[in-house]
Design a protein around this ligand. Structure first.
Ligand code: A2P
Length: 283
């Protein structure tokens, strides 16, 4: 990846900007509107939100106020945990479009495979949800469809009834939490990996090894983490509400980590805690 406008190509041919702007934990209202506007002004063209973040309306407002043509943007949202199943998914999708003020989504994801409300029948619930996703995709209302927080057994189960394979799996991926099994599995299935919390919610930036590499390359710890993500072929979604950091997190295309340094970073374990187990989450 050589610039922020570079793209990955999904299995259906849709091009997706190789870095996106994360909005998890960005509060709805002025803070979110300002953050997304700062991101768009800085050059991000890919914004990641979710029904569960409660900030779709603010993301939509920022997009409109930016004046950037819709077709130049890539907007992702995710189905919230209470709305699994065919009928609920269709209604929830319309809710997202309404809040965002858009008439299509670029990417829609099942946020979690096994929410607590569906624990005893998550397989059927996902099958129904996916049928709705496929219908919306075929109708041109979503340009690409995918999942989030799915492990191999969740994908295996989904694929028993799916007619269209997921194009994306968005998981927690950062130095210290590399989810090797999921990564290998998705690579073998040609599913694009997106990395949420690519900075380990900021925790990875404190690791002495990351700070030493930042010194070595003359970059910030955040830029080291994001470059590591890109060089692994992941699609990082850094979150920030701070304009200087928002800009800093895009300046990751003017250097390259040497293979040995990539390995050093990949070998760091536990510097930023670990992803929640999707089969035991309490939400
Ligand atoms: P803030 O939003 O207050 O700027 P992640 O993307 O891994 O979830 O990390 C998000 C966290 O990292 C937020 O607390 C964010 O703070 C912080 N953060 C984002 N970018 C940077 C940066 N370039 N330097 C330091 N901290 C950052």
């Amino acid at each position: 990846m050589k610039s922020a406008s570079d793209t990955y190509t999904l299995t259906n041919g849709v091009k997706i900007p190789c870095i996106g702007f994360g909005t998890w934990q960005t509060p709805d209202g002025e803070v979110c509107v300002a953050a997304v506007k700062a991101a768009l002004a800085a050059g991000y063209r890919h914004i990641d939100t979710a029904q569960g973040y409660g900030n779709e309306a603010s993301v939509g407002q920022a997009v409109r106020e930016s004046g950037i043509p819709r077709e130049d943007l890539f907007i992702t949202s995710k189905l919230t945990n209470s709305e699994h199943g065919y009928d609920k998914t269709l209604a929830a999708f319309e809710g997202s479009l309404q809040k965002l003020g858009l008439d299509y989504l670029d990417l829609f994801l099942i946020h979690w495979p096994n929410p607590i409300a569906f624990r005893d029948h998550w397989e059927d619930a996902n099958a129904g949800t996916w049928r709705a996703f496929e219908e919306l995709y075929r109708a041109g209302r979503i340009r690409a469809i995918g999942v989030s927080n799915f492990r191999p057994h969740h994908l295996d189960t989904l694929l028993k009834t799916a007619e269209i394979a997921p194009m994306v799996n968005q998981i927690r991926l950062c130095p210290g939490d590399t989810q090797d099994t999921v990564v290998q599995d998705c690579r073998s299935r040609h599913i694009q990996l997106e990395a949420y919390s690519p900075l380990g919610v900021g925790k990875a930036l404190q690791a002495p090894e990351i700070q030493a590499l930042a010194q070595k390359y003359g970059k910030s710890p955040a830029q080291i983490c994001l470059r590591w993500s890109l060089q692994n072929g992941f699609l990082p979604l850094p979150k920030s509400v701070t304009p200087a950091r928002i800009r800093e997190n895009l300046q990751v295309f003017d250097f390259e980590l040497a293979a040995g340094d990539m390995q050093t970073i990949s070998a760091l374990k536990g510097i930023a805690s670990y992803a929640a187990d999707p089969d035991t989450i309490t939400w």
